[in-house]
Design a protein around this ligand. Sequence first.
Ligand code: GLC
Length: 702
Amino acid sequence: MQNVKEILQNMTLEEKAAQLVQIPYAHVGREKAIEWAKRGAGSFLHVFGDDARELQKIAVESAAHIPLLFGIDAVHGHCLNRKATVFPTQLSMACSFNPLLVKRMAEAAAKEISADGLHQTFSPVLCLGRDIRWGRVDETFGEDSYLAGELGAAAVQGYQGEDNAADTSVIACAKHYIGYGEATGARDSYDTPITYRKVKDTFLPPFEKAVKAGLASIMTAYGSIDGTPCTSDKKLLKEILKEQLGFDGFVVTDWENVGHLIREQRVAANEKEASRLAIESGNDMMMSAPEFYEAIIELVRGGEVEEKLLDDAVERILNVKMRFGLFANSFKQADEKFLGCEEHLRLNKEIARESTVLLKNNGVLPLNGRKKILVVGPSADDIRCNYGDWTYFSHPLPNYDTKPERPYITFLEGVKELAKEYDCAAEYVKGAEINEAIAGGIATAAKAAEKADVILFACGDNIELAAEGRDRADMRLPEAQRELFGALCKAGKPIVTALICTKPLCAPEIDEGSAAVLTNFNGGMFGGLALAEVIFGAINPCGKLPVSFPYHVGQQPCYYNQLPGWHCRNYVDMPETPLYGFGHGLSYTKFAYSNLAFDEKTLTLRVKVKNTGVRAGKETVQVYFRDLVSSVLTPVKRLIAFRKVQLRAGESRELEFAFTRADFSFVNAREERVTEPGEFEIMVGGSSADGDLIKLNFIIED
Ligand code: GLC
């Protein structure tokens, strides 16, 4: 078989230009798609099964004989296929603080993606969800750079496998590069007013870990960094990503990014200018930009763009196709038996259970002895509330359906299943819709509440209120649900609230009026079951929050790793701390931390954790640090390690964490990553809250 250089040498200018476009099948339709396959297009997105196989046959029989690459948005499972496993969203999975579970999810998803004859998933999302007003926080691993990097690298390893050419391995595409969620006002695709220093210090580390894990593709974000679109930022794409990080895969733009340079961001006057900017800045594959093909040929023919730029891009794409075995077997695909298989469903339940966070509990949970249960709320019996975005009935495929496909278990179904086991009776009154009242709904719910021993209130948002292009300014629970909750509080019965939501909502009244609160955000097919299992005590919750819940949207951003310097450090009208903070999550047992020690020579930390309760449980031990004096402002605390331990009642465990100087580094004013000698503080505990941490200081010598 020819090698990449030989293939490249034999390609015409037209074939090189075609190799750089990724065509949206659902938008151009089958006939046009066939034309593009004949022309030698490099890639398609949002096509699968027989339609994809038909295009591949045409491509390998075309003049250049270069196999197509098929990309898909399989962000938490191959959810655009209704037969596939719908895992919890990334934000939900992040609550598990379990990289191995994320890796196993990605391995399973890769098999289901490949079973459809596809090769690339536009996942993992490595943006940080630091402002909950942004519509896409649910797609992130939360607000912290270290956690996002650990989970993102695990996802890359899971998708791409040990053997990239194996039928069960797919190309990961980390996105969106970079700083997408940090835009002013958390507005989708808006300008992110940060410096390259901030990019390197806070937003680049997750991508760095993904590249070190062998990442094969990266997606350029829609937005701009301090006025320069990511798509036309040579420093971001070439200098930082390709030269400094040594990224050797290919860069694909986000949807119509080339056209956005003209129409939205207005840094290019026409398609030729936009195409030149895109290729010169370091984009290799242009998603949904068919106009790029003619424009780039004209630019090369006119001597305005060097053909070498196309060669570099084509070479990167062909190297990835070669590495993932597409030349050796252009029709590589995993067995269709993997789609929604029993093993993946079991894994799905395991992840949902580990991702369930108990936020508040005044002792009402686990439910025991309370016989008459009333379930109320719009999120209890609609599985779409548990699925989040990028599934077969959300978007982007125009033929999505609204009838969810079994198997799945809604929260109500889970409660009824457990109620039988625990000899309880469970009744359901919806009471309101997600975003509007039901005539008589509140009165019916209030009446039913009079006869109940305990009320389970299932509330939240849905993807009409979150997702791409759906940012919010008012982050409260929708009014209809707030009114319903107010009426339930008047019944004077204990209320357990299950927040089934895409991302944190500002709901202090829910915390105030509930005896217990729990969530797993969009927990997937079995998220509702996991919530019910925690409520009945069938499982001991161990999830921890990867993102902060503010009291009020005005507190945004209230992520835990704040910088010092806020004068008076509080608002005059509310606390400066979040309602529930990063790393927070309760258990049905208790854990105590002691014997904290730090060896300054070896930079090794030791700590003892004990389960002081009466029930076995899992604890995520979190390690934070602070650089007490630094040449630029650095956060009051930063996560530097975490480890999940399972302890029997009364069991203790000595944990050891080995660090390097680089772990205590930051990016200075000269954009260099440095560890400055001096005094540091290290903090260990079960959440980022000061009250949950034991601390000591240490010195790093020059
Ligand atoms: C979308 C999203 C991106 C997705 C791509 C392809 O607009 O921004 O995350 O992968 O287009 O669907």
